[in-house]
Write a protein that binds this ligand. Structure first.
Ligand code: FES
Ligand SMILES: [Fe+2]
Length: 403
């Protein structure tokens, strides 16, 4: 972060801590209709216009280290292989043979010399070109060059690899607005992969995602953990274009350091904001990352059904050179799991609530406005005209989005 951004965030947090009401002119936020979390037709629109058209984190470059290493990504309903080519370049393809659709790889992760279909043996290069097929004499005029694997957009921010099923999507780094520059200080091209784990939760994906877009809940559910070191009343939020947002929460004491990270390797270039506060980014739609000089998790939210989801945590650490990773990471991961349990505890019952006839909508306050911003963006992506009026959200935050 440059000095201007650091000052902007510091003075923003100070002003938040001192204010006695929302800023003048801030609009009351309309109810977010509960049916947006349950209605099958709405969730189908969301699947088609959001999940299958967004930049989504797939894997870290370390997870596919060598030519032929692949990672199978199936979070949008479509099977997508992310694979490193002989030229070192990372590409993504649908895991779907051009003959009759059988998969080229069946493991979630692995290493191959080429992509060979197990059904009838069509063989593709790591760059997706169809190289060879059995009994070519039986195909009339089949031009191999016309049958490459269908490719999927695949772009990176440093070592973080994203895919997007929308061929027209704007480039990832443009789409992310100021984030790539703001995150340069934690060196996305240097951080290394540590660990990945998913946890199933019985709720609509948005129920849990909402919890990671605000800190209003700290005093209730994180009394003995996060609330002890973060001051939620100083939280300063910036809403950005494309649904992204940043929430920066000050530590209670400027000299405080998470005991769980004491003694860990630190990224030298991390700014004061990252070292002494808790900046948490939401890459729209489903990636939340609270960054820190000692490493950061990607907290990812994946729908697995209308009433089920998985929260996936992928950890990254500053480059630790050769040898084993610092054993302190074990404690770090288990501490985080404890916080995660606190965050997930109500999700299933919230889902029951929103399913009930009594629940009409979600009431949001000023410090929960990232959730409203998230929903506004969803309607823009789906196209309001496709959404039944009773399920739409009014667009009220436009003047509160950073230009
Ligand atoms: S489906 Fe792949 S070779 Fe037949
Ligand atoms: Fe939380």
């Amino acid at each position: 972060m440059d000095a201007v951004t650091v000052d902007y965030l510091k003075s923003g947090m100070k002003a938040e801590a001192e204010r006695t009401a929302p800023p003048p002119g801030f609009p009351p936020l309309p109810l977010v209709p509960g049916a947006r979390y349950t209605d099958p037709a709405f969730l189908e629109l969301e699947q088609r216009y959001l999940w299958q058209r967004s930049w989504l984190f797939a894997c870290h470059a370390d997870e596919i280290p060598e030519p032929g290493s692949f990672y199978l990504f199936k979070r949008t309903g479509s099977p997508i292989i992310v694979v490193r080519g002989k030229d070192g370049q990372i590409r993504a393809f649908y895991n779907s043979c051009r003959h009759r659709g059988a998969p080229l790889v069946r493991e979630c992760q692995g290493k191959v010399d080429g992509l060979v279909c197990g059904y009838h043996g069509w063989t593709y290069g790591l760059d997706g070109r169809l190289m060879n097929l059995r009994d070519k004499r039986d195909f009339v005029d089949l031009d191999l060059s016309k049958y490459p694997l269908h490719s999927v957009r695949c772009e990176s921010l440093g070592n973080w690899i994203f895919v997007n099923e929308d061929p027209q999507a704007e480039p990832l780094l443009t789409h992310l607005g100021p984030f790539p520059e703001q995150l340069e200080e934690i060196q996305p091209g240097q951080v290394r992969f540590v660990h990945r784990k998913s946890y199933p939760v019985k709720c609509n994906v948005k129920v849990l995602l909402d919890a990671f877009l605000e800190v209003y809940h700290l005093k209730s559910i994180h009394q003995n953990t996060v609330d002890r070191f973060l001051d939620h009343r100083g939280t300063f939020i910036t809403l950005y274009k494309n649904g992204h947002s940043l929430m920066c929460t000050p530590n209670r004491r400027p000299d405080w350091q998470d005991p769980g990270t004491r003694g860990m390797r630190r990224i030298e270039t991390a700014s004061e904001i990252t070292s002494k506060n808790n900046p948490s980014f939401n890459f729209y739609p489903n990636l939340v990352t609270p960054v820190d000089a000692t490493g950061n998790p990607f907290i990812l939210f994946w729908p697995t059904g209308p009433r089920s989801m998985e929260i996936e945590i992928v950890w990254f650490a500053p480059d630790w050179g050769s040898g084993e990773i610092d054993p302190l990471w074990q404690t770090r991961l288990s501490n985080f799991e404890r916080i995660l349990e606190e965050d997930t505890q109500f999700a299933e019952q919230i889902q029951e609530s929103v399913e009930s006839g009594a629940f009409k909508g979600i009431t949001l306050n000023y410090q929960e406005r990232r959730i409203y911003h998230w929903h506004e963006e969803l309607d823009r992506r789906i196209g309001a005209e496709r959404i039944p009026e009773a399920l739409r959200v009014k667009q009220v935050l436009k003047d509160w989005v950073a230009s």
